[in-house]
Structure formats: structure tokens, C-alpha cells
Design a protein around this ligand. Structure first.
Ligand code: SF4
Length: 351
């Protein structure tokens, strides 16, 4: 068995109606329980390679422009976006070794976006750089709510994948299975260097990929990009999120993320409003999913929720086969909820 990563004291263990234990996370305290339950309950702990051969991060760290990193601060935002687009298209010429990288461009653009934060459709317009907080309650630092080696996380991500759970979320789903990660805690705030150290330790311990999830990692894009500038290793990056975020925020992720694992939770806006407290879910999330059409590794997750077979499950299945036929659908059942629930801490209020 491979080494087990340090973990934050939390893990998931479910019992199915048939009495079978399902333990998606392999963490040290879980092993005696799994052993006591007997061999038939053991999960496959075998290593599975992530199909990404060379992490995109390697390229994202190479120089793409002749502007030195420090000079980016002096460029207009429109010019930075122009260079960023050209870098993603591969239409920039060769850059000198001292030039800024795509990752440098992204972090500079990201920091500017945090000055009047509109990373997601909540559009709080607060200066997270100056320490203000909006709906997600995050300043510019990420809030690491937990981390663990994960097994059995579905296709393409490899096994084990190192899960970094980041707190803060723009949705308030009543069926959220990690409600403790909705609100960042002060003690959980991590510097980019601390996050980089966790990622490097996980790579040393045998992680096939680095897996950002939550909560929701979209609100912490800038902190994640900063941390990636400090890592010694590189691993394929898995982005497992609600994709309820702005077009520009999604652009910041392209060229760094290797495996996209977006959620498609609701088949229509009425269910999204009733269960998660947002009005514009379908337009935002479907637009973002469509913009991933040319990405090679996309797994769309949908949790089947009791009573929503026709309005959500069937609609999502049809939409995916018509609009995103190359993505892998990953449908799974909601554990522990029956019947309708209200959004948690409802919902459209700002920080
Ligand atoms: S919820 Fe957070 S990420 Fe979204 S706009 Fe508000 S402050 Fe920005």
C-alpha cells in the first residue's frame, strides 16, 4: 500500500442501505474500521495513473513574454488580457528566459480582479486585497478546510489524488455534504507557501494529481495560482468545482487545469433557486461548461437527488449528450437526504 498523506482529521464513511461500507477517503484513522468490517468492505487502494502525461503547469511556468514579471504591474489590464489570450492560443513569439510566465500573468490579472471582486455571479465588488469580504467571506488568502489522499474519486483523476478542500462557496445547497466548508475560519487561512508545501508533500507521498475541491475552489483561484508559483513538483491539476463563476475567472484557470471536474447540479433554474438559492444557475453554468468543449479531460458530475429524476437527472443527461458529448458524465446518488430541502442559510444576501 502506498504511503498515506497527512490529513486534517476528517474523512467520509457511508453505509449503504445494503449495509456495505463506502469509504471514499483513505486516511490513517479509517484503516482499523475498514479492517474490522472485513475484506469485502475494503476499497480498491491500488494505484491508478492519471492519463495526463505532462502537467500543464510545466508549460504555464515557462516564460511567454519579454516583459519581466515586475513590469506586469505597470501594464494596463486590457493589455495583460491580450497577452494572456495570445499565450493561450500559442500565438506569442519566443520569449527571453527572464520574461514573465503565463502563471505570472494569471496571478497579476487575478489580483486585479480581487480589487473589486466579481469572480463569481454574486458580484460583491469588495476589495478582497484590502481585506474586505463578500458573500464567500474570503479575503485574498485561501482557507484550507481539510486535505487528504483520496481514493475512488471517479474517472481521469488518478488514484490516489491529493484533495485540498478549500472553504467558501457561492451556493447554499440544502444537500451540501460538507456544510462546514461553506464558511472560512480564520485559523484555516493559509499562505501560498503553506499550500505549496502541502502539495509538494503530497507529491512526495505518491499523489497522482493535485485535486482542488471544497467547499468550492473557484473563490480561491488567485490564492491557488499564487501557490503554484511556489511548488517544487508538478502534478496534473484537477479542478472539482461548481463552475458558478465569471467568464474571466474561468479564463484564469485555462492553461493550468488539466482535468476539469465541474458539477452540473440542477436541470433548471426553479430547482436551483429552491435548493441552492441562486436565480441564474443554468445560464452561468451551462455557458461555462460549453466553454470547456475543447478541453481534453472533462468529467461532469451530477448528484442524483431524490424526487428530481425528470426535472434534473433526465434534463442533464440529455443536455450533456447533445452539447458536451466528449465529456464523461459521472452520476452518483445523494446519500442521506430524502425529499425536498431548503437552501442552507438562505441565500441571496451579501457578506
Ligand atoms: S462571493 Fe466571493 S468570489 Fe464571489 S463575487 Fe463575492 S467576494 Fe467575489
Amino acid at each position: 500500500m502506498s504511503r498515506i498523506a497527512p490529513h486534517s482529521g476528517e474523512f467520509r464513511l457511508f453505509l449503504t442501505p445494503a449495509g456495505k461500507a463506502v469509504a471514499p477517503d483513505l486516511v490513517a484513522p479509517l484503516l482499523p474500521i475498514v479492517r474490522a468490517l472485513g475484506r469485502e468492505h475494503e476499497l480498491p487502494f491500488a494505484r491508478i495513473a492519471c492519463p495526463v502525461e505532462q502537467p500543464t503547469l510545466v508549460r504555464a511556468k515557462q516564460a511567454v513574454t519579454n516583459h519581466p514579471r515586475a513590469a506586469l504591474r505597470c501594464l494596463a489590464t486590457a493589455e495583460l488580457w491580450r497577452i494572456h489570450r495570445a499565450a493561450l492560443d500559442g500565438s506569442l513569439g519566443r520569449a527571453g528566459r527572464q520574461g514573465a510566465s503565463l502563471l505570472d500573468l494569471k496571478t497579476e490579472l487575478g489580483r486585479r480582479m480581487l480589487r473589486r471582486c466579481r469572480l463569481c455571479p454574486r458580484r460583491c465588488q469588495v476589495s478582497r486585497i484590502a481585506g474586505q469580504t463578500g458573500f464567500c467571506k474570503l479575503t485574498q488568502a485561501a482557507s484550507v478546510a481539510g486535505y487528504s489522499m483520496l481514493y475512488n474519486e471517479g474517472p481521469l483523476v488518478g488514484q490516489p489524488t491529493f484533495g485540498l478542500f478549500l472553504a467558501g462557496c457561492p451556493l447554499r445547497c440544502g444537500f451540501c455534504y460538507r456544510p462546514q466548508d461553506l464558511h472560512p475560519q480564520k485559523r484555516q487561512h493559509s499562505s501560498p507557501e503553506q499550500m505549496a508545501s502541502l502539495l509538494d508533500q503530497a507529491a512526495d507521498a505518491g499523489a497522482e494529481s493535485w485535486h482542488f475541491l471544497g467547499g468550492n475552489p473557484d473563490q480561491s483561484i488567485v490564492a491557488v495560482l499564487e501557490s503554484l508559483r511556489h511548488v517544487r513538483h508538478s502534478r496534473p491539476i484537477v479542478w472539482n468545482s461548481a463552475v458558478y463563476l465569471s467568464r474571466k475567472a474561468l479564463e484564469l484557470l485555462k492553461g493550468v487545469v488539466d482535468v476539469w471536474v465541474p458539477d452540473l447540479k440542477f436541470g433548471n433554474d426553479a430547482c436551483a433557486h429552491r435548493l441552492a438559492g441562486v436565480q441564474d444557475y443554468s445560464a452561468v453554468v451551462r455557458r461555462n461548461l460549453l466553454s470547456l468543449r475543447n478541453e481534453p479531460y472533462v468529467v461532469v458530475r451530477h448528484m442524483r437527488y431524490p424526487g428530481h429524476n425528470l426535472c434534473c437527472d433526465a434534463v442533464i443527461s440529455r443536455w450533456l449528450s447533445r452539447n458536451l458529448p466528449t465529456a464523461i458524465p459521472h452520476f452518483f446518488d445523494c446519500c442521506g437526504f430524502a425529499g425536498d430541502v431548503k437552501p442552507s442559510n438562505s441565500t441571496m444576501e451579501r457578506g
